[in-house]
Design a protein around this ligand. Structure first.
Ligand code: C2E
Ligand code: MG
Ligand code: MG
Ligand code: MG
Length: 280
């Protein structure tokens, strides 16, 4: 029963940001505790080259191992973390963990492997912490190109000078950038391209309903073709069926991610998946 109540609390939060003060405070305390007690875990989802079937990329996705409520997905706590500023601490933990895991992947699987990290717009407000990643990367003995930062188009809509400078400094260091959930906002690819973005990730709401010649198919093909003309690489999110993978492949979409290839997995299970995939 307590478990159920806990769950409801999170779902309630997700549904409405206008929480009563008590619930809000309780949630904030839980989240602070989570940071102090290291209750977070990174799951990994492979990103496959749709042409060669090679896997040299993955996205890191945070999970919260709540002592009473079990595994909690980011959709249930990232918004609160952003609103309270706790996202800075969480973001720093994510990055630290990613570097730790990349070293392992490089040693055990491939030295060319790249991990994508989701970064909230709020993390750009005080860019010193993001800029400090450069030193951490060097100290970890990996290179900028082994990290890809996923941002949403909202960050680039009316970017402050600080956002522009931070992205450009990280780009100069070799870190790549990806526009996540592309198609759900209102920006044009040509506009986004002026920030020297490497990848565009087509949102899963478009891959979900792909049918030959339907509107989403036309959209996916058009995004891919335009991205290529602008020198960008395309990743399709949320691929669940062979038919979707084949269709995206026929549009010359470069990479795919989704349950068809693998659900996000704990690091140990993900490594196991990589080794098995390699044998195929
Ligand atoms: P996202 O970056 O767009 O990540 C993709 C989401 O789609 C993930 O949800 C993933 O589990 C899910 N997904 C992948 N393949 C499929 C599929 O084939 N079908 C369906 N239905 N879903 C699929 P998840 O892990 O719950 O993450 C949700 C969002 O939370 C992420 O969306 C990202 O915006 C945010 N997030 C995750 N980790 C972090 C983090 O470390 N920091 C920040 N700031 N945000 C994060
Ligand atoms: Mg993402
Ligand atoms: Mg995404
Ligand atoms: Mg998405």
């Amino acid at each position: 029963e307590a478990k159920k109540l806990g769950r409801n609390r999170f779902q309630f939060f997700q549904a409405s940001m206008q929480l009563d003060t008590t619930t809000r405070l309780a949630l904030m305390n839980d989240l602070r505790e989570a940071i102090a007690q290291q209750q977070f875990e990174l799951y990994y989802q492979p990103i496959i080259n749709l042409d060669t079937q090679e896997i040299l990329k993955a996205e890191a996705l945070i999970r919260w191992n709540h002592p009473a409520n079990g595994l909690i997905n980011p959709s249930e706590f990232i918004a609160l973390a952003e609103e309270t500023g706790l996202i800075e601490e969480i973001g720093a933990w994510v990055f630290h963990q990613v570097l730790h895991d990349i070293k392992h992947i490089h040693a055990q699987y491939s030295p060319d492997f790249q991990v994508s990290v989701n970064v909230s717009p709020k993390q750009f407000i005080r860019p010193e912490r993001l800029l400090a990643w450069k030193t951490a990367i060097v100290n970890a003995g990996v290179a900028g190109r082994h990290i890809c930062i996923e941002i949403t188009e909202g960050l680039l809509l009316q970017p402050s000078l600080s956002v522009v400078n931070t992205i450009s400094a990280l780009r100069d260091f070799g870190i790549q950038f990806s526009i996540d959930d592309f198609g759900t906002g209102y920006s044009a690819l040509a506009y986004l391209n002026k920030f020297d973005i490497e990848y565009v990730k087509i949102d899963r709401s478009f891959t979900h309903n792909l049918q030959a010649n339907n509107q989403d198919a036309i959209l996916c093909e058009a995004i891919t073709s335009m991205a290529h003309k602008l020198g960008m690489t395309v990743v399709a999110e949320g691929i669940e069926t062979e038919a979707q993978a084949r269709m995206l492949s026929s549009f010359e979409c470069d990479y795919g991610q989704g349950y068809l290839i693998s659900k996000p997995k704990s690091f140990a299970d993900f490594m196991q998946f990589l080794f098995e995939h390699q044998k195929m």
